[in-house]
Design a protein around this ligand. Structure first.
Ligand SMILES: [Zn+2]
Length: 287
């Protein structure tokens, strides 16, 4: 049984979220990146936990000192695109340009840092956007962690393997010649059910004992990976007028409840960055 567990933070502003991205005027919006992220960094430092930060390039540009602190504290820096546009909104050439721009901003502010991992905004990797894996490999990336293992209205690919693998273009089958390793989000497979116990909205909305049980069950099949956003830990994340359903998805249990849930996860699992798990687990991460 594997006990490996990885913690990932998608470092972006609340306005990068897909439900808000096109509805907000950034020039007049309150920038909450620092108040949302600094307490998280303090918590991880106090617990001696290192994580993978999938960073939006625009955040490196606007908050270089913050990202430099993240590097200094031993966390892994990985790529969450430059502008947080989902893959389904991009051509291959536009995605190539996003990665080039990300690389340029990393070179300017984080000399010596070479990101190896990528997470697509809004889990937008699917069989129709699987061309992105080749582009990632061309830019030197070694792994991707962008598949949500359940179909939702917005995203998701059902029936993917529960542990890191080299994906065929349909993303469900393995192909040892694939240029990159894929690590899907963690789900608890209970009979016919696939229950996402991997973080974000699902961590905010499901009962904590169920999440802990699901994660322990999932650990029997492979290393687990958790994701969350700093804005989910920020009590003062601005509330925008959304439909009732979108309000629930976006704001339910953000702030103190989410913070306590993260602390419970830290009490129960020994988290490391994704790259450390992949390396230690002898996954084939050669480029
Ligand atoms: Zn994101």
């Amino acid at each position: 049984m594997t006990r490996a567990a990885a913690l990932s933070i998608d470092l972006e502003s609340y306005w990068h979220a897909e439900l808000l991205r096109k509805r907000i005027d950034r020039r007049s919006a309150d920038d909450r990146v620092l108040p949302a992220t600094l307490p998280l960094l303090d918590l991880l430092a106090k617990r001696g936990v290192r994580a993978t930060f999938f960073v939006v390039g625009e955040i490196i540009e606007s908050h270089p000192a913050l990202v430099q602190r993240i590097v200094q504290e031993g966390h892994e820096i990985a790529c969450h695109s430059f502008s947080h546009r989902p893959l389904w909104d991009l051509s291959e050439a536009q995605f190539d340009a996003e990665l080039a721009r990300f690389s340029e901003i990393v070179g300017r502010h984080l000399p010596g840092v070479k990101p190896r991992g990528f997470r697509a905004p809004t889990f937008s990797l699917s069989p129709t956007t699987a061309w992105a894996l080749d582009v990632l490999a061309q830019h030197g990336y070694r792994y991707d962690s962008s598949i949500f293992p359940l179909r939702t209205p917005l995203y998701g690919v059902p029936n993917v393997p529960p542990a890191p693998y080299r994906p065929a273009p349909n993303l469900v089958d393995s192909d040892p010649t694939s240029p990159i390793v894929e690590w899907p989000m963690t789900a608890w497979r209970a009979g016919p059910l696939t229950i996402p116990v991997c973080g974000g909205f699902y961590l905010r909305v499901m009962p904590m004992p169920l999440i802990l049980h699901g994660l322990r069950q999932a650990q029997k099949r492979g290393p687990i990976v958790i994701y969350l956003h700093p804005w989910e830990l920020d009590t003062d994340t601005p509330r925008l007028p959304l439909s009732r359903g979108d309000t629930f998805i976006t704001y339910h249990n953000i702030g103190a409840v989410m913070r306590r849930r993260l602390e419970t996860l830290l009490d129960n699992f020994d988290f490391t960055p994704l790259w450390d798990v992949l390396r230690a687990g002898n996954y084939d991460i050669s480029g």
